[in-house]
Design a protein around this ligand. Structure first.
Ligand code: RP5
Length: 173
């Protein structure tokens, strides 16, 4: 196993199911990662220690998922100049509280905030891969291949719909 290039942080173990969607994407691209439960509020010192030492461990991007008063990504961003991607999780209010807590950062301390929940967790990993692909030709090729596969899947789904409508019309008698 090579050195982890991405860190996935989550505020609670209850966030694991959703944050696993980010890990799934990194697995598909063969990216090694570390992941950890660490809370901006419950374990602030451990969070700061983990994030502020991440670059020295070879981490290039940090993905943070948290719900409710979701300050984990912001606290991480305050402790490093590595890119931080924030995933707002749905703990209450359909995740709107987390979205606003994650995205509304003061100028100079950005958090790249993705969508609420699983779509955001997946996109956080895609965005991390895209960032690393800037200086990694093999990864860039893997992203291009993934887009080709996505297009093929949509085209196949569209063909299926066309066949279904043809069957429906034919069965009208
Ligand atoms: C946040 O509070 C966590 O990220 C989690 O989404 C939410 C609830 O945490 P638990 O009460 O399940 O530990 O800090």
């Amino acid at each position: 196993m090579s050195k982890p290039r991405v860190a996935i942080l989550m505020g609670s173990l209850s966030d694991k199911d959703v944050m696993s969607r980010a890990a799934d994407v990194l697995d598909r691209f063969g990216i090694d990662y570390e992941w950890k439960v660490s809370s901006a509020h419950r374990t602030p010192h451990a969070t700061h220690e983990f994030v502020s030492t991440a670059r020295a461990r070879g981490i290039q991007v940090i993905i943070c998922g948290a719900g409710l008063a979701a300050h984990l990504a912001g606290a991480a961003a305050a402790a490093t100049t590595l890119p931080i991607i924030g995933v707002p999780l749905n703990g209450a209010l359909d995740g709107l509280d987390s979205l606003l807590a994650t995205v509304q950062m003061p100028p100079g301390i950005p958090v790249a905030t993705v969508a609420i929940g699983s779509p955001g967790a997946k996109n956080a990993a895609y965005l991390a891969v895209q960032m690393m692909a800037i200086s990694d030709a093999a990864l860039e090729q893997a992203l291009q291949d993934d887009r080709v596969a996505m297009r093929a899947k949509i085209a196949a789904a569209s063909d299926d719909l066309a066949q279904e409508v043809a069957r429906r019309h034919a069965s009208r008698g």
